[in-house]
Design a protein around this ligand. Structure first.
Ligand code: TYM
Length: 323
């Protein structure tokens, strides 16, 4: 079962990244699973070179600390496998400006950036290249990536129709709960590395006192009844989904055990603290030896290149390129 997914080195990982994506990655890891730190995608942000390097190192440590085992799956850095950028170009030539400019993420992000970069527009094509290069069957991602996944499927189908059967058409997978973790302060908006307020965004490796503070201050409602109801109680339902995702119960079962928001918040804080404490310790140890992290990434890039090179050449030949 071929799996590929990616994450941007654009800041420390939050609970949404972990519950929506990374946990699925850990569960699905095998010799057929490829996970990449998408540093080329991060160039679409305003990011200092030093910061990008630091965040890439940090993310490698986070992925391994969260349970990805480089002996089991392939962990690599996107820019270390040049086929990603190469296939990106080929795929840009089968994608239209119209379909890219209609993507929701592009519309939102281009409004926030003055003189936005072309990379922001073509971002989903590079993502399609990431996926299609590995003949991927399943792409474990959070709910916010659905549209990008659809684009990758469209590009694969179009390419196959025009140039002959080349790519497998991938399928996105989301977890049953917590596929879209919301901002703790604005529960109608997703938790996000780039725009959440400091109190709205819970990082995996926040200090325990910050975790407690953020959860205790999480916005709920005033009617006081503990019930799972996204429409009427988005703040509380978000907390219930996070809880349920960590405890393995359903959100309704969790809700049934509480009569007061305060008790639910206290127990949830402890659950989050105890879940991440061992990972945090491992993360800090791993960061002491960045050389080892880059050795792991270089091995991963070698394995990834073996697979990606074959697929790239097949696609290039299908289009009539001689290289
Ligand atoms: P990125 O770096 O924004 O997020 C990484 C993963 O975390 C998930 N996620 C969430 N899940 C639940 N709730 C949230 N609030 C939340 N926020 C983020 C995302 O869905 C994602 O799975 N474009 C991608 C990176 C990418 C990629 C790929 C993914 C590049 N190439 C190929 C899959 C396959 C992105 O920006 O993810």
């Amino acid at each position: 079962m071929r799996i590929l997914s990616g994450i941007q080195p654009s800041g420390s990982m939050h609970l949404g990244n972990y519950l929506g994506a990374l946990r699925q990655w850990v569960e699905g890891q095998s010799s057929d699973a490829f996970y990449c730190v998408v540093d080329l995608h991060a160039l679409t942000l305003q990011i200092e070179p030093e910061k990008l390097r630091e965040q890439t190192t940090d993310l490698l440590a986070t992925l391994i600390a969260a349970g990805l085992d480089p002996e089991v799956c392939t962990i690599f850095i996107q820019s270390q496998v040049p086929y990603h950028a190469q296939l990106n170009w080929l795929l840009e030539c089968v994608t239209t400006y119209g379909e890219l400019s209609r993507m929701t993420a592009f519309k939102e992000k281009s409004q926030r950036q003055e003189g936005f970069r072309v990379g922001l527009l073509t971002y989903p094509v590079l993502q399609a290249a990431d996926i299609l290069l590995y003949q991927t069957e399943f792409v474990p991602v959070g709910d916010d990536q659905r549209q990008h996944l659809e684009m990758a499927r469209t590009i694969a189908e179009r390419f196959n129709n025009r140039f002959g059967e080349t790519f497998r058409v991938p399928v996105g997978t989301q977890p049953k709960v917590a596929a879209r973790v919301m901002d703790l302060q604005e529960p109608t908006r997703k938790m996000s590395k780039s725009i959440s307020s400091p109190l709205g965004n819970l990082h995996m490796f926040d200090a325990p006192e910050d975790i407690r503070k953020k959860i205790s201050k999480a916005v709920t409602d005033t009617d006081g009844e503990v019930r799972f109801d996204w429409e009427k109680k988005p703040g509380l339902s978000n907390l219930l989904e996070i809880y349920s995702s960590l405890s393995g119960e359903t959100p309704e079962q969790v809700a049934g055990r509480y009569t007061r928001y305060g008790e639910l918040k206290t127990d949830l804080s402890e659950l989050v603290v105890t879940t991440f404490a061992p990972m945090k310790q491992r993360y800090e140890e791993l960061l002491l030896d960045p050389g080892n992290l880059y050795k792991i990434a270089a091995n991963g890039a070698e394995k990834a290149s073996d697979v990606a090179g074959v697929v790239y050449r097949r696609a290039a030949n299908a289009m009539g390129l001689s290289g």
